[in-house]
Ligand binder design. Structure first.
Ligand SMILES: [Zn+2]
Length: 304
């Protein structure tokens, strides 16, 4: 039988499903509101509704396994969702409950892992990772800072399920407290809100980061904010590169859209901290946009 892959990108406000053929071409793609206010059981019911919607429309049975990407982490032991911003999912065994509801296997990964899986195999890293089987380090730098690793065509999950979570490495000793309980994490320095706070500390004015990034040529504080981003991003990333030495890096999220992260200036800053004298791998902008999450979720179910 021809393989079909079904992935769901489960967000706090909307959930999206894609059913693909064996070449990852979409057969049906649908998006519905999550209705998270309805609580945990309601969300599980919405997922089941979405699955029956796409399978009915495509005329294929529910696949043996369904992939789900969502913010937060699913800890295999004891089998619970943690750190999800859809709070009613936390502490619940979404995998087991959906498997009972849908009568199929369910794979759950965090959204950063789905992002790097799709971008490295189908998007920005396609030639380096998809075709040559290399290693990719993918980052999402936005409201938070996450990351994931794809190696040999698969997500590297890790013993604790935290592989690639560079956002909570300590960057500034005695820095700002982080929600994770530690201080000075990468996320508290280079996330969008952290950079906006920095700009505000210099000027007393609140501006969205997009605006700050656009006025660096005529505003000293905006320039200082971007310099802080590139300097601290370089320090944080070089620590990852020294350990993983990937074949490419893919930088997603709102902060990842800032052009200066891909400049020669940033590469020089990285080289200052890197164990090797030259950075020989590309820093790539994502290519799949919104689609990375849902296609990455579908790709979780591909057997190797
Ligand atoms: Zn932290």
């Amino acid at each position: 039988m021809t393989e079909r892959y079904l992935g769901i990108d489960l967000g706090g406000t909307k959930m999206e499903a894609v059913l693909t053929d064996s070449m990852m071409s979409p057969l049906v793609r649908r998006r519905i509101p999550t209705e998270a206010d309805g609580g945990y059981e309601h969300i599980a019911g919405r997922i089941a509704h979405l699955v029956s919607m796409v399978t009915r429309e495509s005329g294929v049975p529910v696949p043996r396994v369904i992939g789900i990407g969502t913010p937060g982490r699913y800890e295999t032991v004891p089998g619970l969702i943690r750190n999800s911003n859809t709070l009613c999912l936390n502490g619940r065994d979404l995998k087991r409950d959906l498997e009972n509801l849908l009568q199929c296997d369910v794979v759950i990964e965090n959204d950063a892992n789905c992002f790097v899986l799709a971008e490295s195999l189908l998007g920005a890293g396609r030639e380096i990772v998809g075709e040559r089987g290399g290693t990719a380090f993918g980052m999402i730098i936005g409201t938070g800072v996450g990351g994931g690793i794809v190696c040999g065509g698969r997500v590297l999950h890790g013993a604790h399920g935290i592989a690639g979570e560079w956002g909570h490495n300590e960057l500034l000793p005695d820095g700002e407290p982080c929600y994770c309980g530690k201080r000075g994490c990468v996320e508290t320095v280079i996330s969008g809100p952290a950079l906006e706070r920095y700009y505000c500390s210099l000027t007393g004015r609140s501006r969205p980061l997009r605006e700050i990034a656009g006025m660096a040529d005529r505003d000293e504080a905006a320039e200082a904010t971007l310099c802080r981003l590139t300097a601290q991003f370089s320090r944080a990333l070089s620590g990852v590169l020294n350990i993983l030495d990937p074949d490419c890096c893919i930088i997603g999220g709102g902060v990842g859209a800032i052009g200066r992260l891909y400049s020669r200036e940033t590469v020089t800053l990285i080289e200052r901290h890197l164990f090797s004298s030259r950075l020989m791998i590309p820093l790539l902008k994502p290519q799949l946009g919104d689609s990375a999450g849902v296609f990455g979720a579908a790709m979780l179910t591909v057997k190797h």
